[in-house]
Design a protein around this ligand. Structure first.
Ligand SMILES: NC(=O)c1ccc[n+]([C@@H]2O[C@H](COP(=O)([O-])OP(=O)(O)OC[C@H]3O[C@@H](n4cnc5c(N)ncnc54)[C@H](O)[C@@H]3O)[C@@H](O)[C@H]2O)c1
Length: 339
């Protein structure tokens, strides 16, 4: 298939571009580089051994999106593009609603006009809201605790309605748990701008000496060691899940499908720190800080539905995730170069 990857220069999109190319698909990327560096493209070309077609524009631009579909043959879309920082979404809600919803509208309209009806969407475990029962199964009610999360809940609803309106659509929403890690080459990885919002890139920056110490937000949760528990999934396993979902919906009868992509294993903040110390051979100094508002004690998937229906399973351990993050961070202490 010829697959349009929106947000393909970003963290998860770039790893998925490699997996798609490995599976024999042709890839076209659209990204406005609002949260990615153009130098990722050369690395993708080196790793895939072929040129990567990139269109650089903002998908909320309806005319440019239409122009893309008029000039590129596309069979399917994987839609990663969007803003993703939870804290920023609280201070800039309109930016989040506008970017995440408008880019999706723009894509769906162009897809419908050009009879491209196969779509895989990046959703998130955040749609399980503030007090999910564990492990999380796809049939739990959805909710959110911040504007970013609401964009995911809303887009899932929009996609469900679009799929119900015309049974030629084949749409999958993939609910990611906590993506971490990097490509085994160490040449592509997560490169947050500014202070990292997520644990693993922060730990990696402490290990490499870019930051002095880590703050652990809360050690009095109802978890085995008191720190927050999450379901970390290697980004390469996640990327493979997209290829499996694309394959499945291309051959399935259901217009709309939802799958959790997680390992099913909960790992605490202190366990991540210990695993990273093993992987890097460096100490990770940390201090205990107050809980952050909105954080939940524990989050982990029941991945059974994806395991059985997609024939997909996360294979990498927390030690693999830390080893690959460390390889990326130590080869690229300041992330991607500007040019
Ligand atoms: N990383 C996570 O922890 C996580 C967890 C759950 C879900 N997700 C979702 O997965 C998707 C990808 O996440 P990521 O971590 O790779 O993020 P990322 O920021 O690295 O990638 C997103 C890419 O989209 C681009 N982009 C943003 N708005 C755009 C627009 N209007 N037009 C064109 N390009 C645009 C950015 O430049 C960036 O390259 C996002 O939708 C995110 O919400 C991420």
């Amino acid at each position: 298939m010829r697959v349009l990857v929106s947000g393909g220069a970003g963290y998860i999109g770039s790893h998925t571009v490699i997996r798609l190319a490995d599976a024999g698909h042709d890839v076209v990327v659209v990204d406005d580089f609002s949260n990615a560096k153009p130098t990722v493209v050369g690395r993708l070309e080196a790793l895939t051994g072929r040129p990567v077609t990139v269109h650089s524009f903002d998908l909320t631009d309806v005319d440019k999106t239409e122009h893309l579909f008029s000039h590129e043959p596309i069979d399917a879309v994987i839609h990663f593009a969007g803003f993703k920082a939870v804290g920023e979404s609280v201070t800039k809600p309109l930016d989040y609603y506008q970017n995440n919803l408008d880019s999706t509208f723009s894509l769906l309209r162009a897809m419908g006009r050009h009879d491209v009806r196969t779509l895989v969407f990046s959703s998130s475990a955040t749609v399980y809201g503030a007090e999910p029962s564990l492990p999380m199964t796809e049939d739990l009610p959805t909710s959110a605790t911040n504007p970013y999360g609401w964009t995911k809940v809303m887009i899932e609803q929009i996609l469900t309605d679009v799929a119900a309106s015309d049974d030629r659509w084949r749409i999958a929403a993939l609910r990611y748990f906590n993506p971490v890690g990097a490509h085994a080459s160490g040449d592509i990885g997560e490169d947050p701008s500014g202070i990292p919002n997520n644990l693993m890139p922060f730990v990696a920056q402490v290990a490499v000496g870019r930051r002095e110490k880590l703050s652990v937000f809360g050690d009095d949760y109802d978890t085995p060691d008191g720190t927050g528990v999450r379901d970390y999934i290697h980004v390469d396993d996640l990327a493979a899940g997209h290829v499996a979902a694309l394959d499945r919906i291309s051959h399935a009868d259901d217009p709309m499908s939802i799958w959790n992509l997680g390992t099913g294993q909960g790992v605490s903040v202190l366990q991540v720190i210990q695993a990273f110390e093993r992987a890097s051979g460096r100490p990770i100094p940390y201090e205990i800080a107050p809980r952050r508002p909105g954080d939940i004690a524990a989050s982990y998937a029941d991945p059974t539905k994806a395991n059985t229906e997609l024939g997909w399973r996360a294979t990498k351990t927390i030690d693999d995730m830390c080893a690959d993050t460390w390889r990326w961070q130590s080869k690229n202490p300041n992330g991607y170069p500007d040019a």
